[in-house]
Design a protein around this ligand. Structure first.
Ligand code: NAP
Length: 272
């Protein structure tokens, strides 16, 4: 079994990104509505990693109305200095999707705007959602064959499962997208070359559900007795895996690196 080490790979990527960013002028705007412990931590991390590679970050905390957020987004959309915009989720007492729709798709770092999702659907070049991009990047890094593989994704959320199913289909995988209403999940996972779980329930994927030599990507984040775990019953399934991501240290670190990857892509596109 080979552990797919997202943390080391992220660190390698950050060194490469830092070199590339020397030639670019990138500014990220992060908008937060209100206050939330988890969001504060995510934002702190985003600022730290961006600053470390030479990206300037402008942070805005809004305590006003939805109109204030929209006005700020419009101002940032029209500001040539701003490369990308992140509206941190959740936005307490405000409609996140409605607000995020105001972000110009060329500055949409998270890749969730209608334009970017439509381009993904059409297999056109687009800004790919960061976790999705991170999963594909780590599969490629470990030379795991995507084209022609049977891939089972568990979880059809808008952030991971659904866009991932499109991105992997675009890479010629045969994708089965499962969810809480799927019948006989085990029959599907047992036949899959690659299993990707994005559910958020510990131990949902167990030893009897996987075949020998499977590749396991665990996107889930669960806190059990103060400890961070994924969706896999990791200790019991790891020996059947050829490659597997740990939690923590797998997909989480890849996601943050892909924010920077997307910003570089956007900055290069803007200049051309
Ligand atoms: P979500 O939108 O709530 O989606 C969860 C999905 O799991 C739903 O499609 C749901 O099915 C499905 N599900 C629930 N119980 C199930 C069951 N018993 N069997 C099969 N499917 C089941 O969540 P999300 O935003 O995609 O996030 C999923 C997990 O990934 C969370 O733990 C989140 O923290 C984590 N995450 C990690 C990263 C990272 O960077 N590592 C990034 C994003 C998210 P229905 O649609 O039928 O309800």
């Amino acid at each position: 079994m080979i552990l797919m080490d997202g943390k080391s790979y992220r660190d390698e990527l950050l060194i490469e990104y830092k070199e590339r960013i020397k030639e670019l002028d990138i500014t990220l705007a992060i908008i937060q509505v209100g206050n939330n412990d988890a969001s504060n931590l995510y934002i702190k991390n985003k600022i730290k990693y961006c600053n470390d590679v030479g990206i300037d970050v402008k942070y805005y905390n809004i305590d006003g109305s939805e109109k204030d957020v929209i006005d700020l987004i419009n101002k940032l959309n029209n500001d040539d200095k701003i490369t990308g915009i992140i509206l941190q989720s959740p936005t307490p007492n405000m409609d996140y999707d409605m607000l995020a729709e105001h972000i110009d798709y060329r500055k949409d770092v998270d890749g969730f705007s209608k334009e970017n999702i439509y381009k993904l659907y059409m297999n056109e070049e687009s800004i790919i959602p960061c976790t999705v991009k991170g999963i594909i990047k780590i599969l490629d890094h470990y030379n795991i064959e995507i084209s022609g593989s049977n891939i089972c994704i568990i979880g059809r959320g808008n952030i991971v499962g659904k866009p991932l199913s499109l991105a992997l289909t675009n890479r010629n995988a045969t994708v089965t997208l499962c969810h809480s209403k799927t019948k006989n999940l085990k029959e599907i996972t047992k036949k899959s070359d690659i299993i990707i779980s994005a559910v958020g329930k510990a131990n949902i994927i167990t030893k009897s559900m996987v075949k020998d030599g499977f590749v396991g990507i665990d996107v889930g984040i669960n806190r059990i007795d103060g400890k961070l775990v994924g969706d896999f019953d990791f200790d019991n399934i790891k020996d059947k895996a050829s490659y597997i991501t740990p939690v923590p240290g797998g997909i989480g670190p890849m996601t943050i690196a892909m924010i920077i990857d997307n910003l570089i892509e956007m900055s290069i596109k803007k200049e051309n």
